[in-house]
Each structure stands twice: as structure tokens, then as C-alpha cells.
Design a protein around this ligand. Sequence first.
Ligand SMILES: Cc1cc2nc3c(=O)[nH]c(=O)nc-3n(C[C@H](O)[C@H](O)[C@H](O)COP(=O)(O)O)c2cc1C
Length: 185
Amino acid sequence: MAFHSGYGHTAVLAEAVARGVASTSAEAVSFPVDAITDEQWARLGAADAIIFGSPTYMGTTSAAFHTFAEAGPRRRAVQSWAGKVVAEFTNSDDKSFTLGSFATLAAQHGMHWVDLGPLPSRGSTTGSENDLNRLGYFAGVGGRSPNDAGPEAVHKSDIATAEHPGTLVAREAQIFAAGHVARAA
Ligand SMILES: Cc1cc2nc3c(=O)[nH]c(=O)nc-3n(C[C@H](O)[C@H](O)[C@H](O)COP(=O)(O)O)c2cc1C
């Protein structure tokens, strides 16, 4: 997982995503992109899947995440991400451009997109804001926490929702890997 979190809220979601991966037989490795090392770039290149995460700053991914994304093409000649499974998460209002930005980045790298999974909870009269996907996003995790409170204020529903892409991505990556083995046989 490659993510940025300036003030800790998105990092809470990143921990939940990692728990989702860990609930499967897959290994989750998390890298804050503002301190990424050459070794971590190499691990991203070797991974079956990458999950991107960023807070929404000024309507899109943070400057730190942009810096990471812009560094990718320089590395791509030797570490292509094509064919890897990908998912995403963000935190704030104004999430649509951030989610769209992740989608474009994934498409530019030729990655296989995995949608969020849980349907919007309030698309039904029985749903509430305490259920999964309370804010109604299909493309990825869209959380919302108050600006005047710390990471402890990240909503329980958003945390629970963020465990899903980790689980789904791990499952899809295993299916892809098994498919490649079967195809080569
Ligand atoms: C520089 C900056 C720009 C922001 N821009 C937006 C924005 O455009 N829309 C929004 O809804 N929230 C915006 N926010 C609020 C953050 O998205 C929100 O506080 C988020 O929880 C921060 O996540 P983090 O703690 O992981 O950094 C902004 C915050 C900062 C610091």
C-alpha cells in the first residue's frame, strides 16, 4: 500500500486497509509515500497489487501523493505496474476528483481496478450512517472526519469500510496469480 497522510486521519484508514489484507493469506506492506525508499519502490514493483491512499487536499490527492505519482514513470521502465490489481482510499469532502485521479493513475499504469464492494448504505431505507459505505462511493473508500479533531475522530463506519478493499484486492490478486499459473501450464 502506498499512501500519504498529513495529519493522521488517512493513516487510520490505511491501517484498516492493511487489516483487511491481513485477514487473508496475503501479506500487506504499507509505505508512506513522502518517505518512500528505493527498496520500497522495488517492493511496489514486485507486488501483485497496490492500494493507493491520500487525503483530499485542494480537491485532489495531496502534493506528497502527486510527487510520488509523478516519480512513477521514471521508475516504470524497470518496474512496470501493468497487470497489478489496484484499489484506493481517500478522506475528506470533495472526494470525487481524488478518486478519479487515482483511477487515471491506475489506467496509465495498465492496472486492474477493484471497486469498493459494499453498496452505499443509505441507498436503502434500512441503511444508516453506521453501516458500511455510509457516504456512498462505488470506486473506492471515501471517508470523512472533522477538520477540527484528530485521527481518533475518524468515523467507525469509514474504518470498517476501509477493511473491504484490502480483502477484495487480496482475493482478486490471488485469482489473477492462479490464472497466470494455469495459463502458463
Ligand atoms: C492543505 C489542505 C487542503 C485541504 N483541502 C480540502 C479540500 O479541498 N476538500 C476537503 O473536503 N477537505 C480538504 N482538506 C481537509 C482534509 O481533507 C481532511 O482534514 C483530511 O482528514 C486530512 O487527512 P490527513 O489527516 O490524513 O492529512 C484539506 C486539508 C488540508 C491540510
